[in-house]
Each structure stands twice: as C-alpha cells, then as structure tokens.
Design a protein around this ligand. Sequence first.
Ligand code: SF4
Ligand code: SF4
Length: 494
Amino acid sequence: MAARSTFPAGLVLDAHKQQACESPIIELPLPTQVVLALDQGAGYSAEPVVAVGDAVAAGALVARADHPFASAVHAPLAGIIVAMETREAAVQGGRSLCIVIDGSGADRIDDSVRPVTDPASLSPEELVQRMRDAGIAGLGGAGFPTPTKLASARELGAHTLVLNGAECEPWICCDDALMRSAADDVVLGALILRRAAGTVRCVIAIEDDKPAAIAAVTKAIERLRDDALTLAVIPAVYPKGAERQLITAVAGVEVPAGGLPADAGVVCQNVATAAAVARWATRGEPMLSRIVTVTGSGVAHPGNVRAAIGTPLAALIAACGGYRGAPLRLIAGGSMTGRALPSDEVGLTKSMNCVLVTTRDDIGSRLGAVELPCIRCGDCASVCPAGLLPQQLLRAALADAHDALRRLGVRDCIDCGLCDYVCPSQIPLADRFRHARRRLLEAEAMANKAAAARERHELHKRRLQQAATAEQRAFDSVRNRARQPGDGSAGDGN
Ligand code: SF4
Ligand code: SF4
C-alpha cells in the first residue's frame, strides 16, 4: 500500500521530462567500437586484465576491481582490444585510462555469463562477492560499487533498504521509464539486494508525479505478497532523491552529520541498480548496459535509450535524432548537479543517467551573469534541504575559515545547487562550497601528515634516547667492574 511521506525544504522546479518520457525506450544496437573508462564514475579505477591485441568475448572481464571503491569492467561486445590509453572521459577530472574494443561482429559470449540459478540459495556474502565480480555499481548517478555498500550495511546491522525511484533532477526520466517497463525486475532486484544487505525490510520510494511508475511497481509488489516490501510515494520536490533527505523522508531517521546511511540503520540503492541486479541474476549478465535519458533543447527527439557501457555519446544523440539548433553545452547528469563533458566522443559510463544537451535558451539570463554582493535576503537558507546557512558558509568559504566551515556543516552540503538557483546576486554558492570542502580536506590531510611526521620524529627521539641510556648503562657497568680491586686490570699496579 502506498504511503505519503513528508519532505522538508527544497523547491518545485520545472521538470522538463515530458517529451523524453513519452516515447518508448530505444534499444540501441551494439556499436562498432566501445570506449570503456576504467573509472566508471566513482573516482577509482579498475585494473586492466587484458592487453592490446587480445580477443575478448561479450561479457568477459577486462578490468578487475582491486579497490573497494572501484567496479569491475566487462566487454559489452565480442572483439579485439585496439587501445589502452588515457582519454577524455565522463569522470571527475575529465580523463581516465580507457580500454577501446573494436567489435568483431561475432556473437561470442564469455563462458562466465551464466544465470544465477537460485539467488536465495547463495549466502549474503556469496551474493556480495558475485555482484562484485559482475561489476554491479550504483546507476543513480554516483557509480559507487553496490557490493561495497551492501557489505558495510551488513556489518553495521542496517535494518532498512531504501530503493530510490525519486528521480531527483529536472530533465532526467530514465528511472521512470524503467519502472514503467520493468517493474518486476525492480522488485526482484529489491529482494536480492535486501538479502545481500541483511535488512529486514525494503521501501521503494517514488515521487508523486510518476503515476504510471507507481501503478506498475504497486502491481509488481502485490504479485509478490511480501509484507516487508512496501512503496512510499513522496512529493515531487527537488532534491528529494538526495540520499540523506530521502532516508529521512521514507525511513523517518536522520543520518548523523559526517556519518553513513548505515549508521542510521539504512542502505540506499537506486531502482535501476535493482533492475540490473535482477538482469544479472536471471541472465547471468554482468553490468554491460544501462538506460540513459538523452535530452535538452539541443536534442531533436529527447528520449530514453538502453545502450552498452562504453558506447560513444554521439551514437546516443544520433539515436535521438541528432543535435538541434546551436548546442552550447554537453552535460552528464541533470541541470542542477550535472558535470560538463569535454566532447560527445566519450563513452557511456555506469554512473551516467542523463546526457543533457543545452542551448542558450536553457541557460537564459544566467549565461554570463555578473556576480553581485550578497544582500542577505536569506532565500538560500530557506530552500536548503540540508538545513544549512549558505550565506554564512559563503563568508567562511571566502575567508578560508576552516573551523567556521566545519561548524556550519560544509560537509553536509549535498551539492544540490538550489542556493545558486534562488540567489538574486547570482553567486555560484555550491561551487564555492565544493572548493571549500576540497581545501578543507587538503588542509586536514596536511595536518594528519604533519602529525604523523611529528609522531615518527618523537618515536625516533625516544629510540635514540633508549639506545643512549642502554649504552650508558653498559659503559657504567664496564667501568664499575674495572674499578673493583683484584679484577686483574691494568689498574692493579703490579
Ligand atoms: S540568496 Fe544570495 S544574496 Fe540572498 S542571502 Fe543567500 S547568498 Fe546572499
Ligand atoms: S548546494 Fe549545499 S548549501 Fe546549497 S542548497 Fe544545496 S545543500 Fe544547501
């Protein structure tokens, strides 16, 4: 049964979703070449296990995840590795080591691609390991490896899995399209994730402007008859999909400042990740593709496209009728938190939920706007979903005042961009806070390094002191023995 949840702060923004949402999902054929970034969006790279010239089958592992924050990468098509080099990519910093595969056109599937016959027969630990091998990562935009989150939820004894179907930003509607077309996959994936995370219940959260998705998921849940799997309908207020805010809205608990959701007994996953888990369990397919919204005023026919990971973005845009008008910017993600892309030659990553092509019309009056002084109107504070005071944070950020930044909670800023959106002085607040956080981290890393060096120096001093004391004791003992009469030393005078 659907329950209505509350949501503090935030804003109702123009959704811009209708056109992309109306058409059915386009299933894009495999491209002739894929460019696989080894950092799939979480900031950590997988380690290549292939070399240039190797032949690979579809589904074969090409890079393994040695770091818990990296995801394994697999070949979405059979072909030959033709390059392994650093290229422009849709990741932080704009570049990543990439593996380039030229498709051979053959239908060769890797032997490892086998359905999981009965996920319920696997222990939670086995499920987590198998998902790690399959490169399952969060499809909601962050690309964080799902198995790492699940393992930490188990360790911390999380009780609730929240499946995020809120689709928080304007323009993006791939989760809506997925829930309408594959609600049973979402629900099956929810059960597997719940088992792997060891939680007792699961809540699927959907915003109330998606009636068709709500109806489809409601039916899928009813077919299952599992009381520990429920649906929560939340108001369509941006940024309800932000993890902390969503958890408070649907699970009624606050994630402690600086803590993890699991510290509050909750683990959050995206609905598309759940569907990918179901695909992996039923087909044995590692994470080889995703649905992505291709939209914006600069796209001829906005829509949702299922494409292989590594597909050049130009092919996605072509599948939606190509460019329209005078495209100004290419953005990975939505209009509020998206990141500018260097070109349409970069490959699709697991974390990319939207390719937004903007024109001058979308950016409007803010384009080239001059930043003015803060007039203390308080608008930014009234919309901040994290309950922060952006105008005070701005003063602390400009002064690089680290104590004040910490006290005012700069780490709780979720980069939603709402303060920028309402600021009449056109101050790029979220950007300033991002930089302030980075400087704070750097300063803390330096302080930690200095403290570690001090500790090493003290330890070294103590060891020298101990060595000197031991030496002195040995010397004193020899001297005392030498002073004792009749010990046969030269001092006897005979
Ligand atoms: S919205 Fe802009 S001008 Fe108003 S208080 Fe915040 S920073 Fe200052
Ligand atoms: S970007 Fe940060 S400070 Fe600004 S409204 Fe969002 S959470 Fe608040």
